[in-house]
Design a protein around this ligand. Structure first.
Ligand code: NAD
Length: 255
């Protein structure tokens, strides 16, 4: 899946949040393969270092939590010092545990909105001074933003907020030639299903099998399939595309 020719992001500076695993890591790697320099951020230093070793070259790591404004300030201070500007921002870090309405706690609700809504909002706001010559911002929403998935209401609402950030920011940033799109993954084969849903490995396997029955393509997606879509939105190949939501979901939300 990594047989690419040509470099559509040659010389670009890209920031990827949640870059230490799953979709963020696969996308950061793809950005570098396409010629970009990436700065990845995530909460755990050890995982970030492992991610950087996997990406191999043209990668900088900054430990931080996107829901903490001082961490975002530190992230962008490093970007400014090292590169001076940003061309591409992939605001991808997200959190979400399955929590039915009847039993969800305030802590669950707050954590979901702190990372997915507040985190994305300020990840983008604080990056703006570093966009000097147009650019592309991609926000990770989710197929859940248009589906009524039981147990996902707070998560789905937070991802609908992300989708709507892209709409409003498309208008707010058009005069700076910054395109803003969201991207909605369906169920993707990343550690998230186990690590953020609180499911055991067996429960996660069963949940994945259940999801698969609802996906026209009959399987979970691979992080690299998301990376391909995000690299397209990041590059000039999508120069006339802004404000959209690109579903990469095996057809799950489309039928
Ligand atoms: P993952 O668990 O593999 O990766 C999530 C990344 O986000 C990790 O690097 C983690 O450290 C980081 N992260 C989480 N909270 C953070 C915070 N507060 N600050 C900084 N970094 C933080 O998960 P993934 O599946 O790759 O998820 C990436 C994005 O895709 C998330 O926004 C998720 O909601 C979204 N998504 C995933 C799926 C799926 O099926 N995997 C489906 C739809 C949407």
């Amino acid at each position: 899946m990594n047989n690419h020719s040509g470099q559509k992001l040659a010389g670009k500076i890209a920031v990827v949040t949640g870059g230490s695993s799953g979709i963020g890591l696969a996308t950061a790697k793809r950005f570098v393969e396409e010629g970009a320099h990436v700065v990845i951020t995530g909460r755990r230093e050890k995982e970030l270092k492992e991610a950087a070793a996997f990406i191999k070259t043209n990668v900088t790591t900054v430990v931080g939590d996107v829901s903490r404004l001082e961490d975002l300030d530190r992230l962008y201070a490093v970007v400014k010092e090292k590169h001076g500007h940003i061309d591409i921002l992939f605001a991808n870090a997200g959190a979400g545990t399955i929590a039915p309405l009847a039993t969800a706690t305030e802590a669950h609700f707050d954590q979901t909105f702190d990372v997915n809504v507040k985190g994305v909002f300020f990840t983008v706001q604080k990056a703006l001074p570093l966009f000097k010559d147009g650019g592309s911002i991609i926000l990770t929403s989710s197929v859940s933003n248009v589906l009524g998935l039981p147990g996902f209401s707070a998560y789905a609402a937070s991802k609908a907020a992300v989708r709507n950030f892209a709409r409003a920011w498309t208008m707010e940033l058009k005069d700076r030639r910054i395109r803003v799109n969201s991207m909605s993954p369906g169920p993707i084969d990343t550690p998230a299903l186990e690590t953020t849903t609180g499911l055991t490995a067996e429960q996660a396997r069963q949940a994945a099998a259940q999801f698969a029955t609802q996906i026209p393509m009959g399987r979970r997606g691979e992080p690299e399939e998301i990376a391909t879509a995000v690299a397209f939105l990041a590059s000039d190949e999508s120069s006339y595309i802004t404000g959209i939501d690109l579903a990469v979901d095996g057809g799950m939300a489309q039928v």
